[in-house]
Design a protein around this ligand. Structure first.
Ligand code: BES
Ligand code: ZN
Length: 880
């Protein structure tokens, strides 16, 4: 079978399926080398579409038999598809039986049925079910499933599928079986099975209506002591969806299973979520605070899909953000609600915005830019993007902003009243939220608001303040524009909610409000204010736009010190830092940080009233990628050098303050991954890093010694890893022995080894030392390119997360990248295509990197038999 020959799919070409599949009975004889799959379906013609042959999707299947109503029938192959022309006329249901085999042990793509650590797992979204059996593999075909699994009982004692276990027992030859019935109709992308030697943590819970549910978290036998947090997160998710949206668990049994070979983070299969171990397994010895918090939000995310995605699903894959954007919004809200305190909520919001701006904004400005609801794709796997997810979530958030929190909850209720059990589009979602709030600006502006779904690109909002000295009033001139994106040269104005405030020079808030910008340009008259008041705009990041306002340093310092909106307080600090970085990068590359900036940082660090978590965010300089996005031409090594120099100066100038902050925050009693104590650990870690950086400049050995001691004595992974990272990042000699010790301590913990690889692949470059180190680590006995987590930990940390080391003038980083993209493409195209995106922004690079990057991409593009996945990424990158 040839790869990569598929055609472009267009949203405008959508047609309802010519057949419905009402029931599916699947029977698996599981064997790693050759699994036999018997698929018995009841189909009927869809009376609403013209009479036509049945074309079933398939991929890498061996077909043994096809029966229609129990009789042999003629069929033909059309590429990978199975075509049946002589089906019963009329609209009566008929039975179709298809018998195929597949080879799970050879499935390195990890799509469809595959083997990992001697267990069987499936991944069907988006189009993996066709690798299990011939089917109408599209989300608008929803069927009821009965699944029988048969396998060797000793090797595969646990047999799981969606829904409820209705029967099980022993068979001949040491085999056994289990039969599962899913009470809900579902699209095939939500099908799942798991078979292997697994153990479960179990928890019975009672829902609000008194019904009992069984929650299970399945892992490999040695991992049970790392499942408590995932189970707690699952219980919290169930309770939250009931409390906030009135959505209850609709299943008797809800299972989560962890596997260490997984392309993505996790998957929401109905009643049988399958997770990357990274988002399940955690205890204080092996997982950091970030891991704990990621687990909470990923467990929440997949659980919330049970309603937003599974009960109401997508009509076609162009509607992906219907479930993903909405569910990301829900998991963000969940984490904020669990965080509780206003300041902890703000910290979560800042973290989410940081992801949006460092990952989605560049995507929106690059060759892969696409609307939240795309119009075309070659390979759907490439469209699980930060735009669909994070920008999609921002679009939902703006709806909530426009209708209010309660209005949004009413809208969700109406959405379920109207569409439960259906496969729908983004239009239907937006309509339901608007219809439930007929008095709202969303209702009034809905068609224009929906441009957020159809227009790609990040809008820019320019704001300029004109003070009238006589009246003491300020008029804001607001204008919006949006850069051209591939296929979309001109854009219409968006609906942009702008939360604003006026902060007096004395720090008191004078006024606040919400303005909805709808025209290309408008003026906004602000209320009377004492001289020197500062507009605080786009509070809470009320819209996913770039806000341009010519703040003076003095104004930014006022906002940093006084804004009542914590987001804009943080943002003021980021602006101060970015402005300085940009001036140096555009200038001669030298930077000397001024006293007012350093004093502002010091004063914030010393503020008694502020949370440690918030301080850590303010004192972390903007990411290199974020700085790079503000430039037209980027020399990543220069950006890196400037940011490093800034960090060194912040380290040295604030040395005593960092030492104070470290002492204040270092002890946290018994480990608990709550926002307060993880914020304290984060600030202690940042302090330690700065102290080691300052020590490197001065040649002093005290703090590196303390960091090494901390590394050895730490009672949890967060403190241990932060200490290790402080040594590595600051280039201390003690980094070497610490890394060796760390490896020896955790050689049997794959997720910890991933951190060990990632830290080294992502370390700051010193004289070009990282690439050789990465090449050498690829020879390490623990490296395995076939395991996605391991490949990501080393290769992606270098190519996608370490710009200063990757973009070498000698092009060696790009050669390494193209070799790995091609190597991975033969194993796992989805993972390869994600790596391929590391050079998305090559056009912005300064020479000689630009030419060298283009050459490396062209080298990949020229390879014969490239997958669709990688071909789409590199072709778009090279397109004019
Ligand atoms: N439905 C996706 C999983 C998925 C992604 C399947 C891509 C097939 C292709 C799942 O709900 C998801 O979004 N997972 C995220 C994590 C989530 C917390 C954003 C992931 O896997 O990265
Ligand atoms: Zn999702």
């Amino acid at each position: 079978m040839r790869e990569g020959q598929n055609a472009v799919i267009y949203r405008a070409d959508y047609q309802a399926p010519p057949f419905w599949i009402d029931t599916v009975e699947l029977c698996f004889d599981l064997d790693p080398a050759k699994t036999r799959v018997l698929n018995r379906m009841k189909l009927r013609r869809n009376p609403d579409v013209p009479h036509q042959p049945l074309k079933l999707d398939g991929d890498e299947l061996n077909l043994a038999r096809v029966l229609v109503n129990g009789q042999g029938t003629s069929f033909r192959m059309e590429g990978p598809r199975l075509v049946l022309e002589n089906l019963p006329e009329g609209n009566e249901p008929f039975e179709l039986e298809i018998f195929t085999t597949c080879a799970p042990a050879k499935n390195t793509k990890l799509m469809g049925l595959y083997v990992s650590n001697d267990s069987f797992f499936t991944q069907c979204e988006a189009e993996g079910f066709r690798r299990i059996t011939y089917f109408l593999d599209r989300p608008d075909v929803m069927a009821s499933y009965t699944v029988t699994l048969r396998a060797d009982k000793r090797k595969y004692p646990v047999l799981l599928s969606n829904g409820n276990l209705v029967d099980q027992g022993d068979l001949d030859d040491g085999r056994h079986f289990a039969r599962w019935v899913d009470p809900f109709r579902k699209p095939c992308y939500l099908f799942a099975l798991v078979a292997g030697q697994l153990v479960a943590r179990e928890q019975k819970i009672a829902a609000r209506n008194g019904r009992e549910h069984l929650l299970q978290v399945y892992v490999r036998p040695g991992d049970l002591d790392k499942t408590e947090h995932a189970m707690n997160s699952l219980m919290a998710s169930v309770a939250w969806d009931e409390a906030r949206f009135g959505l209850s668990l609709d299943l008797e049994r809800f299972m989560v299973v962890a596997t260490s070979d997984f392309n993505m983070g996790a998957m929401e299969n109905k009643g049988l979520n399958i997770f990357n171990t990274k988002y399940v397994l955690a205890n204080q010895a092996t997982a950091t605070d970030t891991d704990f918090s990621n687990i909470e939000s990923v467990v929440g995310h997949e659980y919330f899909h049970n309603w937003t995605g599974n009960r109401i699903t997508c009509r076609d894959w162009f509607q992906l953000s219907l479930k993903e954007g909405l569910t990301v919004f829900r998991d963000q809200e969940f984490s904020q609600d669990l965080a509780g305190e206003a300041s902890a909520r703000a910290v979560k919001r800042i973290e989410d915005v940081r992801v949006l701006r460092t990952a989605q904004f560049p995507e929106d400005a690059g060759p892969m830019a696409h609307p939240v609801r795309p119009d075309q794709y070659l390979e759907i796997n490439n469209f699980y993007t930060v735009t669909i997810y994070e920008k999609g979530a921002e679009v939902v958030r703006m709806m909530q902003t426009l209708v209010g929190r309660e209005g949004f909850e009413r809208g969700m209720t109406l959405y379920f009243q109207r569409h439960d059990g259906q496969a729908v589009t983004c239009d239907e979602f937006a309509q339901a939220i608007a219809d439930a709030n007929p008095q709202s600006r969303l209702y009034e502006l809905l068609p224009q608001f929906k441009r957020w779904y159809s227009q790609a690109g990040t809008p820019r909002v320019k704001a300029a303040a004109h003070w009238d000295a006589a009246t003491g009033r300020c008029e804001l001139a607001l204008s919006q524009s949006c850069p051209a994106t591939p296929g979309q040269p001109a854009k219409e104005p968006f609906v942009i909610p702008i939360a604003w405030g006026l902060v007096g020079a004395d720090g008191r808030e004078v006024a606040r409000g919400m303005h909805v910008l709808t025209q290309a340009s408008e003026t906004l008259a602000l209320p009377e204010a004492p001289a020197g008041a500062v507009p605080s705009l786009l509070r809470g990041f009320s819209a996913p736009v770039v806000l341009e306002f010519d703040y003076t340093d003095e104004q930014l310092l006022t906002l940093l010190e006084h804004d009542t909106d914590p987001f804009n307080r943080w943002e003021a600090g980021q602006r101060l830092a970015v402005n300085r970085a940009l001036a140096a990068i555009r200038g001669n590359g030298e930077i000397v940080l001024d006293t007012p900036f350093l004093e502002a940082m010091r004063s914030l660090l010393r503020q008694p009233a502020l949370d440690s978590a918030f301080k850590e965010l303010v004192l972390t300089l903007p990411a290199e990628t974020y700085i790079a996005e503000q430039l037209d031409v980027v020399d990543p090594q220069r950006v890196h050098a400037v940011r490093e120099s800034m960090r060194e100066q912040v380290a040295t100038a604030l040395q005593d303050d960092w030492a104070w902050a470290y002492e204040q925050n270092r002890d946290n009693g018994a480990y608990r991954p709550d926002p307060v104590s993880s914020g304290r650990r984060a600030l202690a870690g940042l302090a330690l890093t700065h102290l080691c950086i300052a020590a490197r400049s001065s040649g002093d050995g005290v703090w590196p010694g303390k960091a090494y001691q901390r590394f050895k004595d730490a009672s949890n992974m967060t403190d241990r890893f932060n200490a290790l990272s402080a040594l590595v990042v600051s280039g201390q000699d003690l980094a070497r022995p610490a890394l060796e010790k760390f490896h020896a301590m955790f050689k049997d913990e794959p997720l910890v080894l991933d951190k060990w690889f990632a830290l080294q692949g992502g370390a700051p470059d010193r004289g070009g030392n990282i690439l050789p180190a990465v090449r050498q680590l690829m020879q390490h006995p623990d490296f395995n390119i076939r395991n996605p987590n391991r490949a990501r930990s080393l290769i992606f940390s270098y190519c996608s997360a370490n710009p200063g080391a990757f973009h070498r003038a000698d092009a060696a980083g790009y050669v390494y990248w193209s070799d790995r993209v091609m190597e991975l493409d033969a194993i796992n195209p989805q993972v390869a295509a994600r790596l391929a995106r590391a050079l998305d922004r090559w056009r912005k690079l300064a020479e000689p990197m630009r030419g060298a990057a283009r050459e490396a991409i062209a080298r990949v593009a020229a390879k014969p038999d490239l997958s669709n996945d990688v071909r789409e990424v590199v072709t778009r990158a090279l397109a004019e």
